[in-house]
Design a protein around this ligand. Structure first.
Ligand SMILES: [Zn+2]
Length: 155
């Protein structure tokens, strides 16, 4: 079975099995980073900037994913997977942070020490493109269920 990510690409040591759930993936990433990971909806994300669907705040002691509200669970998953992809690709260790922004919607987080806020508003950016591609890979792997519990038991 092919590895889920090109081993040449620096990434967090997290296994992404076929059929993995979002919760399982979040737990694995949290364990690999050794700090809590919270996911919260932030209404201002769509109201102020329609292009900004999600953000990852890496503070001194926690990771926070903020995503735009969505009626569609599929869209919500995509917003979250995109930010998880940034984590898996170690984008908080990238020196070149010039392209990233701390948008005005984050005024409520002034007390947090934000070392990086990754917005999804610059899809042409090299890191955004890489995260978007990996999010697609993650979504595909999550959809795959090679052996269902039913066929395991009754097949
Ligand atoms: Zn992004």
């Amino acid at each position: 079975m092919p590895h889920w990510i090109n081993p040449e690409v620096p990434h967090l040591p997290v296994e992404v099995d076929e059929g993995i759930t979002l919760d399982e993936l979040v737990t694995r990433i949290q364990d690999a980073r050794g700090r809590p990971l919270r996911i919260e909806e932030l209404a201002e994300l769509t109201e102020n900037d329609s292009a900004l669907c999600g953000l990852w705040l890496a503070t001194d002691d926690a990771d926070i994913i903020l995503h735009a509200p969505s009626e569609s669970p599929l869209h919500r998953n995509q917003f979250i997977l995109h930010e998880l992809a940034h984590m898996l690709l170690l984008h908080d260790r990238v020196d070149d942070t010039g392209g990233y922004l701390t948008p005005s919607v984050l005024s409520g987080f002034e007390n947090a020490t934000i070392i990086k806020a990754l917005g999804r508003d610059s899809i042409s950016d090299e890191y955004e493109f890489a995260a978007e591609r990996l999010a697609d890979v993650l979504a595909t792997r999550m959809r795959r269920r090679p052996v269902s519990k039913f066929s395991e038991i009754f097949g």
